[in-house]
Design a protein around this ligand. Sequence first.
Ligand code: WT7
Length: 586
Amino acid sequence: MSFSPIKKNLELLKTAPNILDYAQAFTDFSWDTIRSELQGLPEGKGLNIAHEAVDRHANGGLRDHVALRWLGSEGSMREFTYGELKGLSNRFANILKKIGLGKGDRVSTLAGHIPEMYIAALGTFKNTSVFCPLFSAFGPTPIYQRLSRGDAKVLITTIRSYQLKVSHQRDSLPSLKYVLLVDVNDHLGDALLSLPRLMEESNDRFTIPPTDPEDIALLHFTSGTTGMPKGAIHVHNAACHHYMTGKYVLDFHPEDVFWCTADPGWITGTSYGIIAPLLHGITNVVDEADFDATRWCRILETQKVSVWYTAPTALRRLMRSGLEPSRNCDLSNLRLIHSVGEPLNPEAVLWGLKAFGVPIHDNWWQTETGGIMIANFPAMEIRPGSMGRPLPGIEAAIVHRTDKNTVKVVEEPDAQGDLALRPGWPSMFRGYLHEEERYKKCFMDGWYLTGDLARRDADGYFWFVSRADDIIKTSGHMVGPFEIESVLMEHPAVAEAGVIGKPDPLIGEMVKAFISLKPGREASEELRLELIGFARKKLGAAVAPKEIEFWDAVPKNTSGKIMRRLLKARELGLPVGDLSTLEGGE
Ligand code: WT7
């Protein structure tokens, strides 16, 4: 079924958008012009994200403007102006410096939406160290993988998360020098310190050292299909892209109140939950609590949110809740809703228009691209079900791989192929940490291959088809099947495990595992529950399999690789087809 486009309607936008004419913006675009809208460090000492996001405003007219408005889950509220954020991030940068961290050293966070996470991110950028946030719902195994692969020197977390998830494996993390606890008031050991106490004793003045735009700022782990998570490297120059997309896609205006609901452990939570709104000097709302339909509508209303960035699973949950937000709440300030992370079904786009009184604009990007690449721009006709059109400065294409090393750009409309991007934008990843080969494999014939299959229509709108690999998207979180299979195989009863994403109308995909048992072990309901519990304890409930099925053998190809697509085809009752094409790639 095809859905009619939502016509361009400037009245619904309430404010004139920053891009009125898409074609013109494309022609006029230059990265130099974007760069010139940022300030740069004093005396030509480079470009630092935190200077652009905080100090630039704190030193100018926005010193007393609210930068962060934090809503505690129990109903409290804390506000931080740009001036205050400057002082606090300076204090944090001084702490890092004092404990011996410098350029390139990794600082990880394992915490939800708490103010310390934002202060730590900005202070880390200031110290030219590297910010590496982790998803707080991860269990001990994924946390260990990421701290160890990222050689994190400092971890910022709560006492509870530390005790539950980190302390028992600290001896196997030799790089981890300090753990800074956000919720204890006194140091608990030489390497287990109280962050509030350190902050109190720290100086609120700090001079950002010279920062090359190519210095590493961020490390974000993402999942592969055949191996453990890979750390995508991003540099300070990414700020140009965050700024540009804040301006052209999210369409920030000075009076905006922005709310990005993404978890700070994933890249949307950094690029758009921290950096982009602050680059624009607007007010960024942060909610500590998890999804709750009524709470969310209240936040939109009481905080007078004008631009909202959320995700399909949340929108579908709202849709199911039966709430009619625009009827029950005053949403007169809300002018733009953006969605990202997984396919946004056209029904949700149409529901959104009715429920909120403004359309939902889908956009597409990935951890590797660092920022939005394809979008339904505010002043553009929305095609429900489409991710939109490429951003100015971005060349996107559908390509076919012709043989091992070349690709052919597919010109005919609506043909399916690999979604590819021409490398070179500022927020593009610069590598996978310690994995040069894996990085190189992403590029072919002058293109970056995204791992997504898509179509492009005659008017240049892109339509998502599926992943080209076995990556699972569950509630918008990217999950690597290999990581889950490895954990399941640690259980003494398990011989082999194959993990797939089973389509689910609410959360996109549900993690499902197929397991064969060691000789002498019998499949039973009790064992099934034990395995689910085992996986949840190690991986965390958000990524552990929700369903487990026992099979006599898990199908593998001749080279011993699990044929997940065969598992998926059988699960869905689809013809198994030509097995040679079923192999999952990286
Ligand atoms: C993958 C990237 C989105 C940035 C944060 C998550 C899927 C993303 C869409 C969309 C359909 C989407 C793709 C992509 N995806 N946006 N609008 N429609 N699919 O980044 O965790 O690296 O995930 O998410 O498969 O490759 P990520």
